[in-house]
Design a protein around this ligand. Structure first.
Ligand code: FAD
Length: 494
């Protein structure tokens, strides 16, 4: 039987997407060219929005058991107080990427998802009926047929190239080295990444022991070899800080850069891109993995609705229109952070002005919401995105995880009501008269009445499976609600 969706890449994004598809009843196969997980971790944590997304699938507990919530983050090294974040999850979860991948893979396997390791995608062709993917495994080639193919195959994405999707942006202008080392001895103040005349130097503790040492230099041509040596890292620290440091044994050494690129389209027919395959940027404030996981949460339910025949193919176009700007926004903030950490005298004034601005609650909150992903809002048909109401207008934003009491007197939260990955039409106030026609979507959308423990931001809300509000009102605008149901969940049942 042809596979419905093929996902390329067992990174955090591919695994998250496969889980979302499975939840919506769609079979997928996940392919990765590596025989085994690399066991290495570029990312050392994820942001509040990822915590929210995992929580609304009932998965967060297992991540909390293996990670450590840290209530601070930073923007270009300027501290941010995440306790002020408007979220149940006021932290960055410090957890290495290899653990995120392991936990998502365990969940995928529990859900019955097929993972094929040592299977490299080398070709594809598509027509109106589906996609034929060429795969090489164990020296043999085979073809795999699927209805849709999603490239979650990282920054150098083969799928992106094969689909003819451009990746415009800027190439490397800085040279970064990261080393995970057993120990470090130095007199240099290093706990947060700091700018020195020669570049940036930072050290962070990593799980279960050891340190992540990073340097960034601006006018250095990296040597030809892919993997840096420990001596090269030591030399780089000396150039940046002017100090000698003692580094213990290295577990992993790697290079990174500030290349910033965004796929020109997230979709080409039946081929879609998510995660680093769609966007790469300077790794500041730890955003890339979380950005990709949010792509997967946006795409999963839409792709499932289309392959299940419940929504028109055009629903998939909204994946690009919603997530491309979200990717652009992260590129913008990371480029801004790069400018603010450039080791030049004139940047000091920019930083000190920015530091003054961040003392204002509104500015602090705006930057925090940007970096933690909770500020993302999508343009909703009939919703306002520009103008003065935009910041507070609910449609397009993610629904706050309110504490509620059901009509049976049971406590429940919005996140718990979203666990099944279905839509949610939630009545929060007495006297709301929703149109009877809304019952036509009851096979895809849960209709729930519950009382909020604290005042709610609306009398009734339609929430999509990814937690974003599609419509908010009191039922008086029945037309808009029905339009919104049809837009996001297809035609009503007869
Ligand atoms: C120094 C550094 C620090 C970072 N820190 C953070 C952080 O703290 N927080 C954060 O959120 N992000 C961070 N990031 C970014 C984060 O690591 C990436 O955004 C994340 O790995 C992207 O996940 P992905 O699943 O899209 O791709 P990847 O993790 O790159 O996975 C892609 C997978 O596809 C497979 N693949 C590739 N080509 C093929 C093919 N042709 N056929 C089959 N399989 C294929 C690969 O083997 C790989 O397993 C950091 C990045 C860097 C460089």
């Amino acid at each position: 039987m042809p596979i419905t969706v093929a996902v390329v890449g067992t990174g955090p994004v591919g695994l998250m997407l496969a889980g979302e598809l499975r939840l919506a009843g769609v079979e997928s196969v996940v392919l990765d060219r590596l025989e085994e997980p690399s066991g290495q971790s570029r990312a050392l944590g994820f942001n509040a929005r990822t915590a929210e997304l995992l929580h609304q699938r009932g998965l967060l507990e297992r991540f909390l058991e293996e990670g450590r919530p840290v209530p601070v983050s930073h923007f270009a090294g300027l501290p941010m107080d995440l306790t002020k974040l408007d979220s149940r999850h006021k932290y960055t979860l410090s957890i290495p990427q290899f653990k995120v991948e392991r936990l998502l893979e365990e969940h995928a396997v529990e859900s019955g998802i097929e993972i094929r390791r040592g299977h490299e995608v080398v070709g594809l062709r598509q027509d109106d009926e589906g996609v034929v993917v060429s795969v090489v495994a164990g020296g043999e080639s085979y073809e795999l047929q699927c209805a849709y193919l999603v490239g979650c195959d990282g920054g150098g994405s083969t799928v992106r190239g094969l689909a003819g999707i451009g990746f415009p942006g800027t190439g490397p202008r800085v040279h970064g080295i990261l080393g995970d080392v057993e120990s470090i001895e130095t007199t240099v103040e290093y706990r947060t990444p700091l700018s020195y005349p020669g570049g940036i130097f930072g050290v962070a503790p990593i799980e279960p022991s050891g340190f992540r040492v990073t340097t960034v230099e601006y006018d250095v041509q990296p040597p030809d070899r892919d993997t840096p040596t420990l001596d090269e890292l030591r030399e780089s620290i000396r150039r940046v800080t002017g100090e000698e440091v003692e580094l213990g044994q290295a577990r992993w050494l790697s290079r990174f850069s500030d290349s910033a690129r965004l796929a020109e389209r997230y979709r080409a027919g039946r081929v879609l891109l998510a995660g680093d395959a769609a966007h790469i940027h300077y790794p500041q404030s730890g955003q890339g993995m979380s950005l990709g996981i949010a792509d997967a949460a946006n795409l999963g339910w839409k792709l499932a609705a289309v392959v299940n025949g419940r929504a028109p193919d055009s629903l998939l176009d909204t994946y690009h229109t919603e997530r491309h700007p979200a990717g652009r926004s992260v590129l913008t903030n990371t480029e801004a952070q790069k400018a603010m950490t450039f080791p030049a005298e004139w940047v000091r004034d920019l930083r000190s002005l920015f530091q003054e601005l961040m003392a204002y609650d509104d500015v602090h909150r705006h930057i925090m919401e940007e970096v933690t992903g909770v500020g993302v809002r999508y343009a909703m048909p009939g919703g306002e995105l520009a103008g003065t109401g935009a910041r507070t207008s609910l449609p397009g934003r993610r629904m706050p995880d309110l504490d509620l009491v059901t009509v049976d007197g049971e406590p429940v939260t919005v996140a718990e009501l979203l666990r099944g990955g279905r839509g949610l039409l939630l009545t929060l106030s007495d006297g709301v008269m929703l149109p009877a026609a809304a019952q036509g979507w009851a096979d895809r959308v849960d209709l729930v009445t519950a009382k909020p423990v604290e005042p709610a931001p609306a009398a009734a809300v339609l929430i999509r499976p990814d937690g974003h509000v599609a419509w908010a009102g009191d039922g008086a605008d029945a037309e808009r609600l029905l339009e919104s149901l049809a837009t996001w969940f297809g035609a009503a049942r007869a």
